[in-house]
Structures are given as structure tokens and as C-alpha cells.
Design a protein around this ligand. Structure first.
Ligand code: BJW
Ligand code: ZN
Length: 257
């Protein structure tokens, strides 16, 4: 098992930087914590969405089948929160590394679009494992589109409907119990398996299959570097675990990379 080097130890940043310097292929796996300093609520922990809302009532296909209006009301609110947020220094540092290093890819569980906003179309696009708050998809014919409009959740009739077949649209987000897009997950797994370093930022690492990607790097002989304000199931297997806010640590880590 890899030796865990915590942020508090003087070596930690040095070990992480040296791993990154030597690495040819890097995958950055991010979660809600990377957007916390942009003002986007996380899911778990103090102030997390699942403290106030039940995932079973809002983020499952069954919940949408029971009460699509309620689910859309919640997603309308989430969209309005995120629309008032901007990428932070961690998103920008990851976008910069992705644009300048040939084999640096960002894989995110986040649906807030802030990695895409930070990359501004430069470099390979971040892989969004769990979809996007700003894409919607038809429950009838499956057609999808970008959508940033204000959601009117007064009634089922006022919700977004398909321009092709008139059926109800849904958020293009992966809910609990739904499979991830096979092409996106396959590409993420390929990148993680081949990576020399998996840089895991701001995720509680409990939601699968995303949480298993870092292990693919380790099983392929690569190392894990973790950046988080708290410990997670990944901490024990990370070669270096840096404790602190992503917007401070990530730019520091990638500055000379
Ligand atoms: C900071 C910070 C700062 C804070 N700086 N850090 C039992 C065992 C194993 C698996 C399962 C099981 N039962 C069910 C499952 C499967 C299930 C699952 O994994 N459940 C577990 C919770 C137990 N997975 C699924 O259902 C997935 N699908 C699937 O498995 O399909 C199989 C299938 C195949 C074929 C046919 C049918 C099915 C789908 C998972 C979809 C997850 N969706 C969500 C909601 C999206 C909706 C939305 O956004 O509205 O995605 S859940 C939620 O969790 C969201 C996130 O992407 C995901 C991960 O959360 P994340 O990003 O880690 O956030 P937090 O809040 O948990 O953590 C934040 C972290 O940041 C913390 O560590 C903080 O310390 C840290 N932090 N501030 C640095 N400033
Ligand atoms: Zn349709």
C-alpha cells in the first residue's frame, strides 16, 4: 500500500509535485468540492444538499415519474444558483494544465459546467460523467439540447417540452440507479487506467462507478494524489494527500507543472 503523505507533513506538496513532474499522463477526477469556493453547494457534509433534500425524492427516475414538477422545481433552483457562480482558481488551474500539457484530462462528476466554462474551448473538453444542469433530454424520443432558460415549474404544462414529439423533457443528468453514458465512462476508464497520476479533487469518493476510477490508475501502476478538506475512502491509498481548499491547493500544486 502507498505511503500516505498528509498536507501537514512538510514533504506532501513536494512529493505530489514530483509525481506530477515525472508523469506523462495525468487524469484529474473532480467532485463537488472543486466548486465549493465558487459558491456551488456540495452534496454531503455540513451544508450539503442531501442534508436538506432527500436524494430519493429528487435525483432518481422514480422521483421524476412520481412528481416531475417537484423535481424540475428543484433543478430550476439549482440552475439559478449555478448561473450566479463563476469558475474559481482550481477550475482555472486545471483548465490551464489541460490546455498546455498534452496528456492532462479533466474528468468530473459535477453537473455545474464550471470546468467547461474555465476551459473556454481551449484544450480537450472535460468529461462530464453525470451530465449537465444545462442540458435537457426528451422522455419520449430521447432528443437532447442545451438549455439555460428559467424553468417555470408552476405546472406540468409550463415545464420544458420536446420540440420534436411534444413529450416532457427531463434534466440530462445521471440519477441514482441510472447507467452513466457508456462512451463517456469508457473513455474516462481508459484515461484512468493509462494515467501515471490520478489527481482526485474535492470528492467524497463514495458514488460509483466514478469513485472506482482512481483505483484503475493504481491498478495500472500509477499513483493517486488527493486534494480535499477532509479524509475520504481514497486517502489511505493516496501517495500524497493534501488537506485544504481546492482553490488554494490545486493552483499551488500545478504552478510549475
Ligand atoms: C472540498 C471543499 C473544498 C468540500 N476543497 N474539497 C451500494 C454500493 C455501491 C454502489 C451502490 C450501492 N447502492 C447503489 C449503488 C450505485 C450508486 C452509488 O454509487 N451509490 C452510493 C451513494 C452508495 N450509483 C449509481 O446509481 C450510479 N449508476 C449506476 O451505478 O448505474 C448502474 C446501472 C447499470 C446498468 C443499468 C442501470 C444501472 C449513478 C450515480 C449518479 C450520481 N448522481 C449524483 C446526483 C446528480 C444529480 C444532481 O446533481 O442533481 O451525482 S449523486 C451526487 O454524488 C452527484 C455527484 O456527482 C456525486 C458525487 O458527489 P461528490 O462530487 O463526491 O460530492 P460530495 O458532496 O459527496 O463530496 C464533496 C467533497 O468535497 C467532500 O469530500 C468534501 O470534504 C470536499 N470539499 N469543500 C476541497 N473547498
Ligand atoms: Zn421528443
Amino acid at each position: 500500500m502507498s505511503k500516505v503523505v498528509e498536507r501537514e507533513s512538510a514533504e506532501a506538496l513536494g512529493v505530489a509535485r514530483s509525481l506530477l513532474r515525472r508523469a506523462e499522463r495525468i487524469v484529474a477526477l473532480t467532485g463537488a468540492g472543486v466548486s465549493a469556493e465558487s459558491g456551488v453547494p456540495t452534496f454531503r457534509g455540513a451544508g450539503g444538499l442531501w442534508k436538506t433534500y432527500r436524494a430519493e425524492d429528487l435525483a432518481t427516475p422514480e422521483a421524476f415519474g412520481r412528481d416531475a414538477r417537484l423535481v424540475w422545481e428543484w433543478y430550476g433552483w439549482r440552475r439559478s444558483v449555478v448561473l450566479s457562480c463563476a469558475p474559481n482558481a482550481a477550475h482555472r488551474a486545471l483548465a490551464g494544465a489541460s490546455a498546455t500539457r498534452p496528456d492532462f484530462r479533466v474528468v468530473t462528476q459535477n453537473v455545474d459546467g464550471l470546468h467547461v466554462a474555465a476551459s473556454d474551448g481551449v484544450g480537450p473538453p472535460p468529461l462530464e460523467l453525470h451530465g449537465s444542469l444545462f442540458r435537457i433530454r426528451c422522455t419520449g424520443c430521447g432528443v437532447g439540447r442545451e438549455d439555460r432558460s428559467v424553468i417555470d415549474a408552476t405546472s406540468i404544462e409550463t415545464l420544458p417540452h420536446c420540440k420534436t414529439c411534444t413529450a416532457l423533457m427531463r434534466p440530462d443528468i445521471v440519477w441514482f440507479g441510472e447507467p452513466l453514458n457508456a462512451t463517456i465512462l469508457g473513455e474516462a476508464a481508459r484515461l484512468a487506467s493509462m494515467a501515471d497520476v490520478c489527481l482526485v479533487v474535492g470528492t467524497s469518493a463514495v458514488v460509483h462507478p466514478a469513485a472506482g476510477l482512481a483505483d484503475l490508475t493504481r491498478r495500472g501502476g500509477g499513483s493517486i494524489i488527493e486534494v480535499n478538506v477532509a479524509s475520504t475512502p481514497i486517502t489511505d491509498v493516496a501517495a500524497a494527500s493534501l488537506r485544504g481548499p481546492a482553490a488554494v491547493i490545486v493552483p499551488e500544486l500545478l504552478r510549475h507543472e
